[in-house]
Design a protein around this ligand. Sequence first.
Ligand code: SF4
Length: 99
Amino acid sequence: MRTSYDAPKTLSRPDWWGDDALCRTYDPDEFFPEDWRRGPGKLQAIVAKQICARCPAITPCLDGALQRREPVGIWGGLDPDERTQLVVNRGRSTQAPAA
Ligand code: SF4
């Protein structure tokens, strides 16, 4: 039985995605549920987020996903909806107050 996986060969390997990235020891598909909002995909996303929560690379991982505008997958402990909401919230917090 295979217990660890290499990163998909199609993915580049950024500096932060080194030995610290916990997802390197899991099937990459576990971090890319087809539908993270419901059913089995939602459970899969929850499990992936729990792994991310223990990952030393969570901050640079999330920053990179936000910069690249990753449209799918769990990155830095957040799903695409949560990343979008974070960007919206950050935009609101940097807006100047109305005069
Ligand atoms: S935060 Fe999650 S997706 Fe990012 S490197 Fe860590 S385990 Fe992988």
